[in-house]
Design a protein. Structure first.
Length: 522
């Protein structure tokens, strides 16, 4: 299997360009492509000495940084299959259930080796661990590009796990190269393009879109760790206003974080007129959020047409649809349009019986195209499924003149009196009404008494009142007419989140069913 452009850059790395990595001290560390290529060859040698062979799966539990780049491409050089997994964020307490989820993922993936530090779940899964420092220890280099035959699978990337356990998706070499080429054309990338990203590199948007894309193209990249972006979102904007970046991608909550933390006075002196492509995806977005973000940056030259709503998922490598550059975006009601299918990809929407639906009617989104993954690790299970060359996404949406509008996850919805209600719809309306706090979530399901909508809110040291809960319950009942509604107060830190900022709704639903709240507001 040919590795195409994925490894060609190591043979002839572009001099004078590379990746700028953010540091914990607030600065930047530059590593040129020749240096990164040397790191990858050294890592390949160390992986070979550790017993990694072609076809082996290597789990990477590493933060954004030079070691991750070396480990990822070093694994490819020896013919292994890299599988990035979320590490614990530096300086933060261990997230609820993280080690248990890590152990479950490693047990399912059965890697030959884990590369990472403080990988608590690896011991439970019985997998050998190689530290990041040991990976780059001095030693002979590994194979050069083209010296090792690869099988069909280029990498394994994991779903976010918002509607159930995260699952590994096998991504083929051809599908990965195709998606990178399509994205390159869509975003108008050329040899001089400059990128900026804060997205986690274990997530499909951060890995394929904002790391592999610039590396394969030999572009400069300013790469922040997610925790650095959370602390210093203005530094991300400076990558555009002071350092020449023009391309990035973000989930909607990244825009919201900038709106909350960056004040207009802090933007004085920034010139954002060169931003051409700011892809917005990974979760549903409210039109008002895009409007407010564009308004904040407009005085500094930002063109709202640079915002490119898109739809993609790990099972399709990454990108499926996207708004084209310079055309602007629109919305139909509360749902932002995510553009038309990218070249080579087709999208259709079907009802519960698999019959095509006309424009404007909500159903399951079905995708066909050359970038689809090769299948899940293990059986298909629940959620998205590969069926006869198509991907049944488990997402709900509708088409309007060829443009896809994403409504939410079918698994995060419930039928009430014949009408499907989506958790994302309720959350958006409740937040716009000012009654749902940040960090809260809505979950839906059916229990013995019928459909129920639950607003899960973390306790906030007594600042909430009974009147707050009553108003929230009334508006929740209005949005989910016919369902029983509950305001469920939980301890701070109880709501689990995916790396892409989505609440793990099925986990919340199971917790609610296991321990119904007392008292409740209905």
């Amino acid at each position: 299997m040919s590795e195409g452009p994925l490894l060609a850059w190591i043979r002839d790395p572009v001099a004078g360009r590379g990746i700028h990595f953010s540091t914990r001290e607030g600065g930047w560390h530059h590593r040129s492509y020749p240096e990164l290529a040397a790191d990858a060859r050294r890592a390949a040698g160390r992986l070979t000495r550790a017993g990694v062979r072609p076809g082996d799966l290597v789990a990477l539990v590493l933060p954004s940084g030079p070691v991750f780049v070396a480990a990822f491409f070093g694994a490819l050089l020896v013919g292994a299959v890299p599988a990035p997994l979320a590490p614990e964020a530096a300086g933060r307490p261990v997230a609820t259930g993280h080690q248990e989820r890590m152990a479950a993922l490693l047990t399912a993936a059965r890697p030959r080796l884990v590369v990472g530090d403080a990988v608590g779940g690896a011991r439970a899964a019985g997998v050998e661990v190689l530290s990041g420092a040991d990976l780059l220890a001095p030693g002979p280099d590994g194979p050069a590009p083209g010296e090792v035959e690869h099988d069909r699978t280029a990498l394994v990337q994991f779903t976010s796990g918002s509607t159930g356990p995260a699952r590994g998706v096998r991504i083929g070499w051809d599908g990965l190269c195709d998606n990178l080429a399509v994205i390159r054309t869509w975003l108008g990338i050329n040899s001089t393009s400059i990128w900026a990203s804060w997205l986690p590199v274990h997530h499909d948007m951060g890995l394929v879109g904002c790391l592999l894309g610039p590396v394969v193209a030999g572009n400069d990249l300013w790469l922040m760790r997610p925790e650095d972006f959370v602390r210093r979102p203005l530094e991300h904007l400076r990558c555009f206003g002071e350092r020449g970046a023009s391309i990035t991608a973000t989930p909607a909550f990244g825009l919201d974080h900038i709106l909350r933390k960056v004040h207009p006075g802090q933007l004085i002196g920034l010139d954002l007129s060169a931003v051409t492509s700011m892809v917005v995806g990974a979760e549903r977005m409210a039109p008002s959020l895009l409007d407010r973000f564009a308004a904040l940056l407009a005085p500094h030259g930002f063109d709202r047409a640079a915002l490119l709503p898109a739809y993609g998922l790990a099972e399709a490598t990454l990108a499926v649809t996207g708004v084209r550059r310079g055309t602007g975006w629109g919305h139909r009601g509360p749902v932002v349009g995510c553009g038309t299918p990218l070249p080579g990809t087709t999208v259709r929407v079907v009802d519960e019986e698999g019959r095509p639906l006309p424009d404007g009617q909500v159903g399951e989104i079905i995708v066909r195209g050359p970038s689809l993954g090769l299948g899940h690790l293990g059986d298909e299970g629940a959620g998205s499924r590969f069926v006869d060359g198509e991907l049944h996404t488990g997402d709900a949406g509708f088409l309007d003149s060829g443009e896809l509008h994403v409504q939410g996850r079918l698994g995060d919805s419930v039928k009430v009196r014949g009408t499907r209600v989506f958790a994302e719809d309720l959350e958006q309306s409740l937040r716009e009404a000012g009654v749902l706090p940040r960090g809260a979530a809505v979950v839906l399901g059916d229990d013995a008494a019928g459909p129920v909508a639950v607003a899960v809110i973390e306790a906030d040291d007594g600042r909430r009142t009974t009147a707050d809960d009553d108003r929230l319950a009334r508006l929740l009942a209005h949005g989910a007419t016919g369902a029983r509604t509950v305001v469920h107060l939980v301890p701070r830190g109880s709501i689990p989140w995916t790396s892409s900022g989505k609440p793990r709704r099925r986990s919340l639903w199971r917790a609610y069913c296991a321990a119904p709240p007392e008292p409740t507001r209905t």
